[in-house]
Design a protein around this ligand. Structure first.
Ligand SMILES: Cc1ncc(COP(=O)(O)O)c(C=O)c1O
Length: 352
């Protein structure tokens, strides 16, 4: 009953086996290993983007911050949702790696920007005024931080606004696989065909040990990325272990089946929660992240019985009134089982 985060899950056996298989003997370092050639070809194929540049890093923060660094100048802006991971959870790494670009926060329900809220923020940036920052890039997260998912149409509407102003677009796809499964759209439709220029393509949350791909659809930005990755201390020397993870992740559609399992377990959890008296889903839970709320007494009961998840907006006073309704964030992963979900639902129903 571990729903704190999908990065609390272990490594999928196929990926662990691939890391072990990559171990014997010697391999060229720094991303020149032959498995990386295969990864590059596979990602280009998957995304229908034969020209795309592909790089691996070990964290989502590195993927995001380095991606943004090739899209903006230090005196420019990055438009993102107020709840974006790059704003809330990366300790200023995007600002650091871009040399000081300014994150400009955009509103919107359920952690989604809208064309209107985005356009208003871009329009309010004073172009050509030396006293103000200049318009830079747009960064979108899919799956969003509140568990909603942008459809390809919604993405196109947002990137269309970026294009009106000539701005490039980054997509934080830490949970890109879950978004692909949720929408049924192809990887290309949820990225470059919808106007995304650079994608952080997540692996870690979905069964890898620690690898994210950066997919740069305009290869003219590739060399700068390489230099920034090295200068930013994110070029792995024993890169073959990153390559092996990503290679296994993409083999036989493993990345989709892992995300499919996570999303299916979230659906089961959602359906169960809908029948629990006093519980409510508080945001559209389109993939594997659910925000819900129920009375404190049931939180106490579930947590006391060993369930693990975050209460939102933070751990409330455990001594407060039993009937106060308190939020929860529940994240399922590739390794969540039906038994985990059913046992958890029984606890939230007040059963033992
Ligand atoms: C939306 C989103 N982006 C990026 C990340 C990557 O984070 P990390 O640097 O911890 O791998 C996370 C992880 O929580 C996330 O939820």
């Amino acid at each position: 009953m571990y729903f704190a985060s999908d990065n609390s899950s272990g490594v999928a056996p196929e990926i662990l086996a691939a890391v072990t298989a990559a171990n014997p003997g010697y391999a060229p370092s720094y991303g020149t290993d032959p498995v990386m050639d295969r990864v590059r070809a596979r990602i280009r194929d998957l995304f229908e983007a034969p020209e795309a540049a592909v790089y691996l890093v070990a964290t989502g923060t590195a993927a995001n911050a380095l991606s943004l660094a090739v899209l903006v100048e230090p005196w420019q802006t990055v438009y993102c949702h107020r709840l974006a991971h790059i704003e809330q959870d990366e300790c200023g790494a995007p600002e650091f790696f871009t040399g000081g670009a300014k994150l400009v926060l955009v509103d919107g329900e359920n952690a989604k920007m809208t064309p209107e809220t985005l356009r208003a923020r871009i329009a309010a940036t004073r172009k050509g005024d030396v006293h103000g920052v200049q318009r830079g890039a747009v960064s979108i997260t899919n799956v969003t931080e509140l568990g909603s998912v942008y459809s390809a149409d919604e993405l196109r509407a947002l990137t269309g606004v970026a294009r009106e102003y000539g701005l490039p677009v980054h997509l934080d796809g830490a949970r890109f696989a879950n978004a692909v499964v949720a929408t049924g759209a192809s990887p290309a439709e949820l990225s470059w065909k919808s106007g995304v220029d650079v994608l952080s393509f997540g692996g870690t949350k979905n069964g890898c040990m620690g690898v994210e791909a950066v997919v740069i659809f305009d290869p003219r930005r590739a060399w700068e990325f390489e230099l920034r990755r090295k200068r930013g201390a994110h070029l792995f020397s024993k890169h073959r272990y990153l390559s092996a993870q990503m290679d296994a992740y993409l083999t036989d559609g493993l990345w989709l089946s892992l995300a499919g399992r996570a999303n299916a377990m979230a659906d089961r959890l959602k359906a169960g929660l809908a029948t629990v008296p006093g519980a409510a889903i508080t945001h559209p839970a389109d993939a594997n992240v659910i925000f819900a709320a129920w009375p404190r007494a049931l939180h106490r009961h579930a947590l006391g019985a060993g369930a693990r998840y975050y209460q939102v907006p933070g751990d409330p006073d455990p001594e407060g009134p039993d009937d106060a309704v308190i939020g929860a964030r529940l994240v399922t992963s590739w390794s969540t089982t039906e038994e985990d979900v059913d046992r958890f639902l029984a606890l939230i129903r007040g059963q033992d």
